[in-house]
Write a protein of this length. Structure first.
Length: 122
């Protein structure tokens, strides 16, 4: 099986051609990568894809109704829906400081949801 994917680890954005052998599914052949990270990227995308998330959380008694947030480490792609569900139902009270952990271990992923902006109390 041959697949094309773009490595997003650096601005070179290499167009990888990834061939997976039927005899050894783990033995990937990766062409067009300008560095060894391309093979690692292709392997992770095929066998353990991860993503980061940025969103916002409702703020009560704040000068703004929402605070922007992100997760502090990539999570398995399969957990994105669960994580977004927790973020959507969360509410915090102002004041919120940039870097505050607003949800610990979100959806059991070991990642925390942190504020990327400060919101003062009204
Ligand atoms: S393969 Fe290497 S050089 Fe190419 S985009 Fe990925 S990290 Fe950058």
């Amino acid at each position: 099986m041959t697949k094309e994917m773009v490595c997003i680890l650096c601005p070179n954005s290499c167009n990888l051609i990834v061939t997976q052998s039927d005899k050894n599914p783990d033995g990937l052949k990766v062409e067009n990568a300008l560095c060894p990270k391309g093979k690692e990227y292709a392997h992770n995308e095929l066998f353990n894809p991860k993503r980061t998330i940025a969103s916002s959380i409702l703020v009560e008694e704040g000068e703004l109704p929402l605070v922007s947030v992100k997760i502090d480490k990539p999570i398995p792609k399969s957990k994105i829906f669960e994580v977004m569900k927790e973020i959507k139902k969360a509410k915090v009270k102002a004041p919120v400081k940039i870097g505050d952990i607003l949800i610990k271990n979100v959806a059991g992923t070991d990642a925390n949801v942190i504020a990327t902006k400060s919101v003062d109390k009204i």
